[in-house]
Design a protein around this ligand. Structure first.
Ligand code: DX5
Ligand code: ZN
Length: 232
């Protein structure tokens, strides 16, 4: 059975000097995960947050963390992020950045966290096929990583479907350009963890935006309320 739909709110588009207030707003919506985009200025052309911010967020919320490492040499930073986060939080690294991805997965799992591996839009599913038995999640990027607010790349949809076919019970996350207009396609192909930054934090009502995205995702896989039964 396909795992349950979850919304992961990316704080990349939140107000950085009012992060606690932003987190409180998405907690009220019942957000499933808080997505933290870590960028090093090398793997991607942007610099964002590090273990220090992860540790601060961990102190103020019970919502599980979904840490997305867009960094070179991820193996060198797993222990810092694992110490800042907690058991059962997720650390995801990029397949393109890891020479020995199996070893990075072991580092994350041995620290007691869940391990995800991510694919850029141009990276094929074949590059993670041998990892599907050991990873907890695959993250399919639907934009080229680096910035919030980019346009969804529909060419990644067949990759999501292919992965769902290979791993029917695995968590498959999609990240980039998710809006009320694109979420259904990603979910119908098999994604079950949905990241959104702009579609949540660049609206006047982040709480309502999360509820709306979740409802649209559940409708897309047919979990909406059935219509009235026709009486004889
Ligand atoms: C992009 C990041 C995404 C980003 C998504 O490199 O990995 O998580 O925050 O932003 P939106 O939802 O605005 O495309
Ligand atoms: Zn991300």
């Amino acid at each position: 059975m396909q795992p349950k739909i979850q919304i992961s709110a990316s704080i990349l588009a939140a107000n950085p000097v009012r992060l606690e207030d932003e987190i409180r707003r998405i907690e009220v919506a019942g957000v499933d995960l808080i997505h933290i985009d870590v960028m090093d200025g090398h793997f991607v052309p942007n610099i964002t947050m590090g273990p220090f911010i992860v540790e601060g967020i961990k102190r103020i919320t019970e919502v599980p963390l979904d840490i997305h490492l867009m960094i070179e040499h991820p193996e060198e930073y797993i222990s810092a992020f694992a110490n800042a986060a907690g058991k059962d939080d997720i650390i995801t690294f990029h397949r393109e950045a890891a020479k020995k991805p199996g070893e990075v997965i072991s580092l994350i799992k041995n620290a007691g966290l869940k391990a995800g591996v991510s694919l850029n839009p141009d990276t094929p599913v074949e590059s993670v096929e041998d990892l599907l038995d050991i990873a907890d999640m695959v993250l399919v990027m639907s934009v080229n990583p680096g910035f919030a607010g980019q346009k969804f790349i529909p060419a990644v949809l067949p990759k999501i479907a292919h992965l769902r076919n290979l791993a029917p019970e695995m968590d498959i996350e999609v990240d980039g350009g998710i809006t009320p207009g694109t979420i259904a396609q990603a979910v119908q192909q098999g994604a079950n963890i949905i990241v959104a930054a702009s579609a949540i934090f660049k609206t006047n009502d982040p709480c309502g935006a999360i509820r709306n995205l979740k409802q649209l995702a559940e409708q897309a896989v047919g979990k909406e309320c059935p219509g009235m039964l026709i009486q004889d």
